[in-house]
Design a binder for this molecule. Structure first.
Ligand code: PMP
Length: 464
């Protein structure tokens, strides 16, 4: 019955090197390491590789499998929808029932005036749609000079040309530019690295928000279309903004009459204890991008939500918005996303993250804070980070350039059956929302063991 040939592990690793180019990776390392680890199965919060190793997936795939692996219900829904109508487009004034039902469901979760949803396939595309919408909105309003978008350094908004331009990742900007003009980036609210000794949390928060206002004034407020950011920066290293930051940023957006956009690709769908990150920070964006947890990664789908006033302005232009993807609102992906949201709701995973597993993770992380390599632990909901430092009480790192300790400890975790990610020297985690206390305890035990095991080599490498 299987259409894929049944290769063994060695075949797959060989073919991986020969033919498959993995995303966001060093292809030379892929080759020298003999190919990718082959992941063959998942159940709950656990994955298995082709060698039979069991790995606790504290990254939820890639910040996305909120409901965990192995949910037959989603496979059954996909099967039913594929038999009924696998695909039809939404270009020809046509749409399939799951697509419309999903749009209505998302609008309901978002609340407020965010009642319209445009579908895409990936987070990057959701961001591209959001940028095009913001700029087109201002054109439709008769202010076409408003093209500047202000984001943050080290923000991540995807890998398309639009996503890279909008994001603030220097490593990405250094490859393959030039980028889309009129994207500005200001300091990130990353207290571990950027808070000054003479600043308390409030002063740091005010300075980080002020950087946005300063940039707005520098560019000229009449040229600014939008302020945009992740409520909590994920790929940048789980950077949790200081208290008051987002409220202040929202005030700045309102003061100058510019749009406010939130990239909820990671924070959305319960990750930080509310359906969306902006709800946690009690702000009201005009545009919202989302992906990942929307379908728990079971099928690719993303969405861009828009406030009523944005849609009304675009409707008033009485012209087609010449933007969209073949698979915008893909019926099968939409049906699966609906079933995923059903499960998140039925199992109370958002509330559980807020009042049970989130606080439990925070406490569990604290148990690592006495470790000599740990400079800081932090978390919000089920997003957590461990900062590795060579000298406690500072943000000093090991090695000649950042990343040595992070990669070493991450690999030691994986060897011990725990999947974590390293963002330079910050270990980050984002477990499925179904994670149990026992599994959270296991994350900490393995992490501590990996820290202990790596410490001698790191002390030897020292600070260069
Ligand atoms: N925005 C944010 C905040 C993300 O975290 C990501 C992916 N990690 C993206 C956009 C891009 O999503 P995708 O990889 O699905 O294109």
């Amino acid at each position: 019955m299987r259409s894929a040939p049944s290769y063994d592990n060695a075949d797959l690793r060989r073919l991986d090197v020969a033919h498959h180019l993995p995303p966001q990776q060093d292809w030379a390392l892929q080759e020298s390491s003999g190919g990718s680890r082959i992941i063959v199965r998942g159940e709950g919060s656990t994955i298995w590789d082709a060698e039979g190793n069991e790995i606790l997936d504290a990254m939820a795939g890639l910040w996305c499998t909120q409901i965990g692996y192995g949910r037959r219900e989603l496979a059954d829904i996909a099967h039913e929808q594929m038999v009924q109508l696998p695909f039809y487009n939404s270009f020809f004034r046509t749409a399939a029932p799951p697509t419309i039902a999903l749009a209505a469901r998302i609008a309901d979760l978002l609340g407020g005036s965010l009642s319209h949803v445009f579908f895409n396939n990936s987070g990057s595309e959701a961001v591209d749609t959001l940028v095009r919408t913001a700029r087109y909105y201002w054109q439709a309003k008769g202010e076409p000079q408003r093209s500047v978008i202000i984001g943050r350094k080290n923000g991540y908004h995807g890998s398309t040309i639009g996503g890279v331009s909008m994001g603030g990742m220097v490593s990405m900007h250094n490859q393959g530019g030039p980028w889309v003009p009129d994207h500005e980036h200001v300091m990130q609210p990353y207290s571990f690295e950027e808070q000054r000794e003479d600043e308390d949390e409030d002063a740091f928060s005010a300075r980080a928000a002020q950087a946005i206002e300063n940039k707005l004034i520098e560019v000229g407020p009449e040229r600014v279309a939008m302020i945009f950011g992740e409520p909590v920066q994920g790929a940048g290293g789980v950077i949790i903004p200081p208290r008051g930051y987002w409220k202040r940023v929202e005030e700045i957006a309102r003061k100058y009459g510019v749009l406010l956009g939130c990239d909820e690709v990671i924070c959305g769908y319960g990750r930080i204890g509310e359906w969306f990150g902006f709800q946690h920070f009690d702000i009201q964006p005009d545009l919202v991008s989302m992906a990942k947890g929307l379908s728990s990664g079971y099928l690719p789908i993303s969405a861009t939500a828009m406030a009523d006033h944005v849609v009304e302005t675009i409707r008033a232009a009485h012209a087609p918005f010449v933007h969209g993807y073949t698979y915008s609102g893909h019926p099968t992906a939409a049906a699966v996303a609906l079933a995923n949201i059903d499960i998140i709701e039925r199992e109370g995973l958002v509330m559980r993250t807020k009042s049970d597993t989130g606080p439990y993770l925070a406490q569990a992380l604290q148990t690592l804070s006495d470790h000599p390599l740990v400079g800081e632990v932090r978390s919000i909901g089920l997003l957590g980070a461990i900062e590795i430092t060579s000298e406690k009480g500072t943000s000093q790192r090991f090695g000649a350039k950042p990343g040595l300790a992070g990669a070493l400890i991450r690999d030691a975790c994986i060897e011990r059956g725990l999947m974590l990610r390293a963002v330079k020297d910050t270990l980050v985690m984002s477990p499925p929302l179904i994670i149990t206390h026992e599994e959270i305890d296991r994350i900490m035990l393995i992490a501590r063991d990996a820290l202990d095991a790596c410490e001698p080599a790191l002390r030897e490498a020292g600070v260069v």
